[in-house]
Design a protein around this ligand. Structure first.
Ligand code: DO4
Ligand code: MG
Length: 284
């Protein structure tokens, strides 16, 4: 089941269930005031199914899908794929050995990525900082995690990154990663029915400039060195999340070093079973 956060004609947020024919829209079930309340309930699927008969089926084009986030903090793991380790070592003269070591160390790299205010939804903007000359999007599996540390769903995350700022000095990582519209999430939250088939769960990214594709890449979950459970365990060590958390799990797709995003680019990320997240790049 795929759940979206939508705006109802009344202007309030509501729930959408994405189906083959479109999207079933409804107010939040009684007792829930947000998508997070639904996701953190004891059985989200049963709760939504109980209310499906009262929903209205409309086309996806008619609905304003929002980023599937409420009050959660967004965190991110890094260097969880070989491709990211290699790219980071190339971009950083001084920090190369840090990336090398973190790829194999028991403790993963985990960093704060933002708050809901910094996150765009489907169709929204993602930003290039004014003080960077080398920026890329990073397509990542994003975990929706309950306050109890339970993985309740999956979405797509774009971890926008200023590679020159990070490469100049690893201590600049928070500035390379956290700024206005530095992240996009969506289009929905997949409630997994069981463990994902890692080899068959594909993530793809396409970047179009003035209608022409300038980058295309793909990876799959099998190429990730760490498990979701391991990353959640590290994130929750001596750290509580009363509103739950969203954890991006690292990128396995990095455009070639000569590539940088430009304002107006359209970045599209597709993940098996979840859908497609498209955002337009802005700067200034
Ligand atoms: O240390 C750099 C960040 C790594 C990252 O964001 C990734 O691998 O996805
Ligand atoms: Mg990343």
């Amino acid at each position: 089941m795929r759940l979206g956060k939508i705006v109802l004609p009344s202007g309030e947020s509501g729930l959408g269930v994405l189906v083959a024919e479109g999207i079933r829209v409804m107010p939040f079930p009684a007792g829930c005031r947000s998508l997070a309340d639904v996701l953190y309930s004891s059985d989200p699927r049963a709760l939504v199914e109980k209310h499906l008969s009262a929903s209205r089926l409309i086309s996806l084009a008619e609905v304003d899908l929002q980023a599937p986030i409420d009050h959660q903090e967004v965190w991110a793991a890094g260097v969880t794929y070989k491709r990211s380790q290699v790219a980071r070592m190339e971009e950083s003269e001084t920090g190369a050995s840090h990336y090398d070591r973190v790829y194999t160390a028991p403790r993963p790299e985990i960093f704060f990525k933002g708050t809901a205010r910094r996150v765009s939804g489907p169709g929204g903007p993602v930003r290039i900082r004014k003080d960077t000359k080398w920026s890329v999007p990073e397509p990542e599996f994003a975990l929706v995690i309950s306050p109890q540390g339970k993985l309740v769903g999956l979405t797509i995350g774009n971890d926008m990154s200023a590679r020159d700022i990070e490469g100049e000095n690893p201590l600049y990582l928070p500035q390379a990663k956290v700024y206005n519209e530095c992240c996009a999430l969506g289009p929905c939250v997949l409630l997994p029915e069981g463990p994902l088939d890692r080899a068959k769960t594909r993530i793809q990214m396409s970047i179009r400039r003035r209608g022409v594709e300038v980058f295309q890449g793909e990876s799959n979950l099998d190429q990730m060195k760490r498990s979701f459970e391991e990353l959640i365990d590290w994130l929750f060590r001596d750290q509580s999340f009363p509103d739950g958390a969203i954890l991006l799990t690292g990128t396995g797709i990095v455009p070639p070093n000569e590539f940088t995003l430009a304002a107006g680019d359209l970045v599209t990320m597709d993940v098996t079973g979840i859908g497609s997240l498209s955002n337009t790049v802005v700067q200034g």
